[in-house]
Design a protein around this ligand. Structure first.
Ligand SMILES: [Fe+2]
Length: 394
């Protein structure tokens, strides 16, 4: 067993016993994390992990040849950050958030390995969702249409470089928007999940995927299944590889409370489109003018942001990192074990663009409820915008 986390055989999802149903319900209610073992995808996981290592071992110029043109675009990003990503989103049609998939020419065999991996993960994710539907008194095929033809699969190959002792947290605490995420991790470890106020290490187990439920699940269930909160904290000098698979519904899906989760008349969960949910109602980000990639922001330029964060939170939040990529500036804030990545981009004149993101580049704009963080964001906007060399009517 992995601490307090349930470990279920993936094959048991097909005709779930009462025990399996109960375990998934329990995991979804308490922390939104479980292990799926005996995946039937051992070969695909091993091949995809080999390709992940091989891709990040390529010379920087080669990785940069498919550099992402914006923080939400597919492609490579993170050349000088502690966490590098190759995003390989598979969408039925070009999507303003994700673009269209392009495959890196090397390492040889990456495309076939990743496509086989995606096929396997899709089947497992659909089976988990079918069990979730049963637990919510819905038909087992309740999600089949929204996750059928046209569903969006978001895959990220990730490499966390060896971490310096002063910054062991390359990925701060956050939740992810997709309803379901499947993670393959190497044997280094570092992933933690928040369970009833305490961090549980999600230790690596052989032939096992980590399954997480995100903010869309929380919205569907009106909070019965709260979004998983997780972080990555690597031991000093540890270098971690992982593969993160997210399944999102079709773009025409309306995200609303599920039929069995509407008893709370005072709920303020309103139906939203998928694009609104993901923040895609914001302008499509233009590609940066140059091919430059993330680099640190000069310390003097950060003074205003630092002061705004400290002043608005009474010192509980602090600015940890800042970097710039083309016309986008990223800030990372921390408060104790919490953290959040914020990002601002220059867009068409006269259009405002302020949102926060964590990890996968989705909007968290409507999901921040911590009052101290909201106060920080309010104070931060003008100095954040000044980093982009423009004024901002907040
Ligand atoms: Fe995440």
């Amino acid at each position: 067993m992995g601490g307090a986390l349930h470990v279920l055989a993936a094959a048991a999802l097909e005709r779930p016993s009462e025990q399996v149903l109960g375990a998934i319900d329990d995991a979804a209610r308490r922390h939104g994390t479980l292990y799926l073992t005996e995946t039937g995808a051992r070969h695909e996981i091993a091949s995809a992990m080999d390709m992940t290592r091989a891709f990040f071992a390529l010379p920087l110029d080669e990785r940069m040849s498919i550099a992402a043109r914006g923080p939400q675009d597919f492609g490579y990003r993170g050349a000088d950050r502690s966490s590098q990503i190759l995003a390989l989103t598979r969408t039925p049609a070009p999507h303003p958030l994700f673009g269209t998939i392009r495959w890196p020419p090397r390492p040889a065999g990456l495309q076939s390995a990743i496509e086989a991996y995606l096929d396997r993960m899709y089947l497992i994710a659909i089976r988990v969702l079918s069990v979730v539907a049963r637990n919510l008194d819905l038909a087992p095929d309740h999600f089949d249409t929204m996750f059928g033809r046209g569903a969006i699969e978001n895959l990220q190959l990730r490499h966390y470089d060896a971490q310096p002792p002063h910054n062991p947290m390359p990925l701060a605490a956050h939740s992810d928007p997709p309803p379901i995420t499947l993670i393959a991790q190497d044997d280094v470890g570092g992933l933690d999940t928040l369970c009833e106020g305490a961090w549980l290490p999600v230790l690596p187990l052989e032939d096992t995927l980590v399954c997480q439920f995100g903010t869309m699940m929380e919205r569907w269930t009106d909070g019965r299944y709260p979004a998983n909160v997780h972080r990555v904290r690597c031991a000093e000098g540890a270098s971690r590889y992982s593969i993160v698979y997210n399944l999102l519904p079709r773009r025409d899906t309306v995200i609303e409370r599920l039929p069995s989760c509407r008893a709370n008349a005072s709920s303020n969960v309103e139906p939203v489109t998928l694009d609104d949910f993901l923040g895609a109602n914001l302008p499509v980000q233009p590609p940066p003018a140059s091919t430059d990639y993330e680099r640190p922001v000069d310390e003097p330029a950060l003074a205003g942001c630092r002061e705004a964060v400290r002043g608005a939170s009474g010192g509980s939040w602090s600015l940890e990192r800042a970097s710039r990529s083309g016309d986008t500036v990223m800030l990372q804030l921390h408060a104790g074990s919490q953290g959040i990545d914020l990002e601002m981009s220059r867009v068409q004149e006269g259009r405002r663009y302020f949102r926060s993101m964590a990890g996968f580049g989705f909007s968290y704009r409507n999901q921040i409820t911590d009052p101290s963080l909201l106060a920080v964001l309010g104070r931060l906007v003008p100095s954040f915008a000044a980093l982009l060399g423009r004024s901002f009517d907040a």
